[in-house]
Design a protein around this ligand. Structure first.
Ligand code: NAD
Length: 373
């Protein structure tokens, strides 16, 4: 097959679906790899590096789309891409179907086979294909760095001739994949770190990173290792207990999310007003609306003496490593489907079946079908 890697078309997207090393591995499996000129530019993978491993550079997006049997993308294909691919071609991307219903309908009508990486089930066998985890780890790391950068304080304790500086205190709300990486990074920078989550299982993970776990009586384990939404009563209880902790920290990183729902609002305006002067909130949940009432997605705002930062598409800000990790996830997903360089997915396989979005003129994924049709 001919596998195409286009330049990502979404504004501000700096990642690329395939790095040269992974492209080389696919070439070794008998796949013909086509890369659009400059596709890896923002991630600092020059065209020559792809050519060195046996890939071919194609001058334009149109040329690439016309030839490709399989398109690898970071973000969902655009309408233009879905129209330009030949009928029956396959697309693998992080689709987030609810944001692009019109593209899904188009892929269905053009009989494209589309796999959505975010739908890969989070079972042990598929851990190496889990793009949500790999990209959340990147975001968590970067959130701690952003917090340190925006803070008016040092993270580490410093003992200098000009006196001893006390380390900063960082609180991470939501200790999932991103939160744990934020905790680990803030710890490495020398801060005193606390973690909080509604899942009891998070305690051990937070503590194993050398942070203190804030224990509240609310337990909200949902399905599949995720959290469930809190009741109004639980939310009020949580707010009251957390306010005292939030008032004492220098940097607050929030990552709380519920699958398929807007981000829960955990940090109210009053809580922000109770924070220390110069305190910083990095709201990684901004993508889903934010965990803080004052978050403006994509912006950095000041409320009194507190900075509220709501970054979007954070993995794209560490494009080289984020792309390498993403490419490895794609390779691990794709490799079992390849037989002598041809694409032969076993649609009975759980991982493949659950990530399948469109095929043969139909939408295979039920919640997406309900949304689009
Ligand atoms: P996520 O991005 O959906 O949520 C981030 C965190 O926010 C979660 O830990 C969640 O419990 C927390 N949260 C939600 N509401 C909250 C609230 N009101 N207050 C405080 N915290 C709140 O989750 P994620 O990081 O993608 O994954 C969460 C879980 O899934 C973890 O247990 C993780 O280990 C597990 N996981 C398993 C696999 C696998 O087995 N392959 C892969 C990835 C993640």
């Amino acid at each position: 097959i001919k596998l195409g890697v286009p330049k990502e078309s979404a504004t501000g997207e700096r990642r690329v679906a395939l790095d040269p090393a992974t492209a080389g591995r696919l070439c070794g499996l008998g796949v013909e790899v086509l890369v659009q000129k400059g596709a890896g530019g923002h991630a600092h993978f020059p065209d020559a590096a792809y050519e060195e491993v046996g890939a071919r550079i194609v001058g334009t997006a149109a040329g690439l789309l016309k030839e490709a049997d399989l398109l690898l993308k970071v973000q969902a294909p655009s309408e233009k891409e879905a129209k330009a691919l030949r009928e029956g071609a396959t697309v693998i991307a992080t689709v987030m179907a609810y944001r692009h219903p019109e593209v899904i309908a188009l892929m269905r009508d053009r009989r494209l086979t589309c796999f959505a990486m975010e739908q890969v089930p989070r079972i042990s066998r598929a851990q190496s294909m889990d793009v949500l985890s790999s990209q959340a780890a990147v975001a968590g790391y970067k959130a701690a760095i952003m917090g340190a950068d925006l803070s008016c304080r040092f993270f580490p304790m410093l003992t200098t001739a000009a006196g001893t500086i006390r380390p900063a205190t960082v609180l991470v709300i939501g200790a999932g994949v991103a939160g744990l990486q934020a905790i680990a990074t803030a710890r490495r920078l020398g801060a005193i770190v606390q973690g909080y989550d509604v899942r009891a299982a998070a305690r051990e993970q937070v503590e194993s990173l050398g942070a203190k776990f804030i224990e509240l009586p609310i337990k909200a384990e949902g399905e599949g290792g995720y959290a469930r939404e809190l009741t109004d009563e639980e939310r009020a209880q949580q707010a009251e207990a957390l306010a005292a902790h939030i008032a004492k920290v220098d940097v607050l990183i929030s990552t709380a999310a519920i699958p398929g729902r807007p981000s829960p609002e955990i940090i109210s305006q009053a809580m922000v007003e109770g924070m220390k002067p110069g305190a910083v909130i990095v709201d990684l949940a901004a993508e889903g609306g934010g965990n803080c009432a004052l978050t403006q997605p994509g912006k950095t705002v000041r409320h009194g003496a507190v900075i509220v930062h709501g970054p979007l598409n954070v993995p794209s800000q560490v494009p080289l490593h984020a792309s390498e990790m993403y490419a490895k996830n794609l390779f691990n997903f794709l490799q079992p489907m390849l037989a002598e360089g041809e694409l032969k997915p076993d649609f009975e396989d759980e991982v493949i079946a659950r990530s399948l979005l469109t095929r043969d003129g139909a939408i295979a994924h039920e919640p997406t079908r309900e949304l689009v049709e």
